[in-house]
Structures are given as structure tokens and as C-alpha cells.
Design a protein around this ligand. Sequence first.
Ligand code: NAD
Ligand code: TYD
Length: 329
Amino acid sequence: MRVLVTGGAGFIGSHFVKRLVRGGHDVVVLDKLTYAGNPANLAGVEHELVVGDIADPEAVARAGAGCDAIVNFAAETHVDRSILGPKEFVHTDVLGTMCLLELARETGARYVQVSTDEVYGDLEAGCRAREDDPLRPSSPYSAAKAGGDLQVLAYVRTYGVNASITRGANTYGANQYPEKLVPLFVTNALEGQPLPVYGDGKQVREWLHAEDHCAGIELVLHEGAPGEIYNAGGEDHENLEVTYRILELTGADPSLIRHVEDRAGHDRRYAVDDAKLRALGWRPRHSFGETGLPETVDWYRENRAWWEPIKSGAYRAYYEEQYASRLKG
Ligand code: NAD
Ligand code: TYD
């Protein structure tokens, strides 16, 4: 297959490109190379790179020519940044999705939308979201992703586009930009910097290894049915548990933990029922606490040359805006 992977220079997208190339597929990456996109994530991997915006029909047509399938990872992805400014999130996650669906409509390409468990909003203890549950997004990020999902479902119903949606849990692994919980806390711990825990730290997330997430997405690409949605879950842990495990693995001191002002609209708990994806044969291979997180910490320890340059320049300005007053307060 010749596959257009949008957002392929980002975290999960780059793992997916490597997986497709290993499987013998031809890959075209369309990526705007925002702050989160990094061609170094694809160093040594055979692919064609088109630098452009998924919301630009001309760039989409150029990159997508001759492709049998489109897998859309391109998105603005960080909840905290969406709270600071939602506009780019609507541009990419909603309008960009629509432009890619237009390409699928014109060419007949198979389409997979990489979405998130966050579209269900937070769930009471004991509940797990199923694919047909209502969407109750809480943040500008999850609202934009939900908007993208609804575009996909409309294109299936109205134009007969051959599209499926995946909704994955919080993903971790190598090459994740150091703004989300795991890479931020691992790199801060390695630098002896504070770990800013929002509120009481008892929020629960499901943790899914990037390679397991990509295995699920590829399965849906080949075996998923049009108009169907597939959840991909992970291992449930409270944020504080994750934080203490990171301290243990990095050898950093627990005094680095700072409980800071909570995130606005913070979802307490995410959890999905992923029986539908398992029925296609999906089984995650990584255990978060035993192998996945230790290997990820080792990767950041051994690849300082990847993340140290990122944590300067524009990143510092973002970090100041997000954390300076919280850490002082
Ligand atoms: P990321 O932020 O690491 O990478 C996003 C990539 O998209 C970057 O390479 C960026 O340059 C590119 N991009 C952004 N706007 C673009 C545009 N307008 N046109 C073209 N390219 C653009 O993201 P990630 O964490 O790898 O997430 C990938 C996908 O998976 C996203 O759709 C996200 O919503 C979804 N997802 C992520 C997680 C997670 O925990 N990270 C969990 C579930 C689902
Ligand atoms: P994050 O990695 O941003 O993913 P999401 O909000 O999409 O689930 O955050 C994971 C959890 O960690 C979430 O409950 C917020 C919390 N968190 C902190 O406590 N401190 C931080 O500095 C960050 C980035 C996240």
C-alpha cells in the first residue's frame, strides 16, 4: 500500500511510519512541522516528506496523489495549550480533518482518523466508555477532536467515504515532546527540576505504549469497518502513582514534587472499554510499570541530544507561561 500519514513527524505518527515501513508499505508524510513535529523522529526511515498544512487543500492533494490510504495523526494535541488558545485546535483538528476527508472522497482512499478517549469526557469510578456513548468533551482540545470525529461520521454517511475512527488512551514512549505528563516529568526529574502535579494528583489516566497504540491503528486500517469506532485502552494509574514511579526510575528525590494549581476543567478519570478492538485480535504487549515506563525512562536518559535542545527557546516561553506563577504560588 501507499499510505499518506499526516502528522508523521510527531510522536505517535513517527512510530506508525516506522511500523508501516517495516511492513513493506510506501509512506508519504504530510506534516506542518509545528513545534511538536520533528524530522529527526524519522531519521534513517525510508519515506517521502511533504511539509504542509492538512487544512490546505493544495498541499493535501499534492501529498495524497496516488495514495491508497490516509491515516490522520496531524493535530494540535496538548490540553494545556488548548486552554491558552483554542484557535489552532479548531483549524487543524476540525477544518484539517475535513480537508483530508475531501481527499478521501475524491480518490476513494481508505481513511483512519486517530482520535482520543478524551472525547467521552471524564467518567465515574467503575464506568468504561463504549464507542456508542455520548461525546462530552471538556477541554478545547477534546472538543476539537470530537468535532473531527463527527466530520468523519458525516462523510461516511453522506458521501460513502470508507473511514473508521480509533480512540486511544494516554500514550507514552520514546520521542514524545516534553510537554505531556510522562516526558515532562521524566526530563524534569533527570534535570533535578520540580514536577508540577496538578491539584491532588489523584486523577486517573489509562497508559498505552505508542507501539501498542500503533498496532491497534494498523489493525483498524486493514480490518476496521466503515463508520465504526474502535477504543484502545491501557493500564489505569493515578497521576501520583506515575509520578512516584518516575522518581524511582530516575533516582530523583521526592522533594521535587510540587502540588500546583489545578488545570481548568480538569477531567478526573478516563477509561474505555476496548472489547471491540480486542475482538479484531488486538492485544497490547507492553506493561506500563514493569517494562514500558522503565524502557521509556532509559530512552530519555540515553537521548538527551534529542530533548535538551527542545527544552530551550520557544519551549522556555511556553513553560514560563504555563508553570511560572503556579510554581511560585
Ligand atoms: P504530537 O503533538 O506529538 O504530533 C502532532 C504532529 O502533527 C506534529 O508532527 C505536528 O507538526 C503535526 N501537525 C500539527 N498541525 C498540523 C497541520 N495543521 N498540518 C499538518 N501537520 C500538523 O501528537 P501525538 O501525541 O503524536 O498525537 C498524534 C494523534 O494521536 C493526534 O491526533 C492525537 O489527538 C492522537 N492521540 C494522542 C494521544 C496521546 O496521548 N499523545 C492519545 C490518543 C490520541
Ligand atoms: P497530559 O499528559 O497533559 O494528558 P491529558 O491531559 O491529555 O490526559 O496529562 C496527564 C495527566 O497529568 C492529567 O491528569 C494532567 C496531569 N498533569 C499534571 O499533573 N502536571 C503536568 O504538568 C501535566 C502536563 C499534566
